[in-house]
Design a protein around this ligand. Structure first.
Ligand SMILES: *Cc1c(COP(=O)(O)O)cnc(C)c1O
Length: 381
């Protein structure tokens, strides 16, 4: 919980800040920008997060000056004092969203306002200066426009945007920093899983948990990922692709994967997903799929689901499908689930029918192939 007085202070500075940023953000052409033909070769098979575009956005914050010096510049290494606070105490938050190539050659972002709002909340939880949502939106739009030729074409391909913020004050004092750097990077990405959606094998972590009540589970902060890697290594050692975490109190309820939310599909056509209890990251993909499924007339319950129940339902056939979702991989079918006390397959182990249907509906909107009834697409050009 952010203390109310801290919250009031952050909001007050946040109002003052917008005045010191010029709009549109000043743009500096990158002197090392890749020539068209070289770039186009990389775009044919971009992989995931392998290449970065020519530019980046940087905006600085300091107590007193507020948010200032916002610009689009050539992407270049950062110079940081080794005593920079984020390197020691972990004040770092990030976001992930995509810009899609439209059928007419234009481009659009998917629900960037949702990412802006979540970034604000993550900052509050980590006691960092929250970036005004309007600045977040302007920064991602400016970078996509600057590097518009980097948006790949083709099935499942997009430009992945990575806004992030670090504490840049220097010193060993343990306190919220008074200076921050906000930065946005962009990377052309192909389909997360080349060769179509493959059902993943999950490892049930009993040794580790991801988030505890009152902790940072609902914030998109670097520390959550660092804390999940030991569990991920245990999963890999047991032949699994991803880890599914249980709640930290009872070790009984299914929460989410290290970077994706989970859904269950039952034989009566209903869906269920764990509720946003404060220990789960509120995924934009999760929210969008709930909206799409309800729009189809399906029942979606946001209710806890016990790990033992999942196994019993999978074995009895009451549970038909299960999938994970997030911006990077969109919708990923879950094939098998293994742990010290669990071992079962979902359906036939192949991607489920409703799973693929929901994925198709979502990606049709994102790629501009279907109407956008919820006003999710932010058309840039
Ligand atoms: C980012 C993230 C998700 C997915 O969120 P989206 O907004 O759908 O990309 C789910 N869980 C965790 C832990 C995450 O960090």
């Amino acid at each position: 919980m952010v203390r109310p007085d801290l919250k009031a202070r952050l909001r007050a500075t946040d109002r003052l800040d917008m005045n010191t940023i010029t709009s549109p953000l000043p743009f500096e052409q990158s002197p090392t920008a890749l020539a068209g033909p070289e770039r186009d070769v990389l775009l044919k098979d971009p992989g995931f997060g392998r290449y970065l575009t020519d530019h980046m956005v940087t905006i600085r914050y300091s107590k007193g000056a507020g948010w200032h010096d916002g610009k689009v510049v050539a992407r270049a290494p950062l110079t940081l004092d080794p005593a920079t606070m984020s390197l020691h105490y972990g004040q770092e938050i990030f976001e992930g969203l995509k810009a899609y190539r439209m059928p007419d050659g234009g481009a659009a972002l998917f629900r960037p306002d949702a990412n802006a709002a979540r970034f604000y909340k993550s900052a509050e939880r980590l006691a960092m200066a929250p970036l005004p949502e309007a600045l977040f939106l302007e920064s991602v739009r400016a970078l996509v426009k600057a590097d518009r030729d980097w948006i790949p074409e083709g099935e499942g391909a997009a430009m992945y945007l990575r806004p992030f913020m670090i504490a840049t004050e220097v010193g060993f004092v343990t306190k919220p920093a008074a200076e921050y750097l906000y930065c946005v990077l962009a990377s052309p990405v192909g389909s997360y899983f080349s060769g179509g959606p493959k059902a993943v094998k999950l490892w049930v972590s009993e040794t580790y948990t991801r988030a505890a009540p009152g902790g940072t589970g609902a914030a998109k902060c670097a520390g959550n990922y660092a804390a999940s890697y030991a569990a991920q290594a245990e999963g890999s050692a047991n032949g699994c692709d991803q880890v599914v975490f249980l709640d930290a109190v009872e070790r009984r309820w299914v929460e989410e994967l290290g970077g994706m939310n989970v859904f269950f599909v039952f034989d009566d056509g209903t869906l269920q997903t764990p509720p946003l209890s404060g220990t789960i990251l509120p995924g934009v993909t999760r929210d969008s799929l709930i909206t799409l499924a309800r729009g189809m007339g399906l029942t979606v319950r946001e209710e806890p689901y016990a790990m033992d129940q999942w196994q019993a339902d999978a074995k009895s056939g009451r549970l038909r499908e299960a999938f994970a979702c997030g911006t990077a991989a969109v919708v990923t079918p879950i094939g098998t689930v293994t742990g010290k006390q669990h071992d079962f397959a979902i359906g036939t182990g192949a991607p489920g029918e409703l799973t693929l249907r929901l994925k198709g509906m979502l990606t049709d909107i994102q790629f501009g192939r279907a109407p956008d009834p919820y006003g999710w697409m932010d058309r840039l050009f």
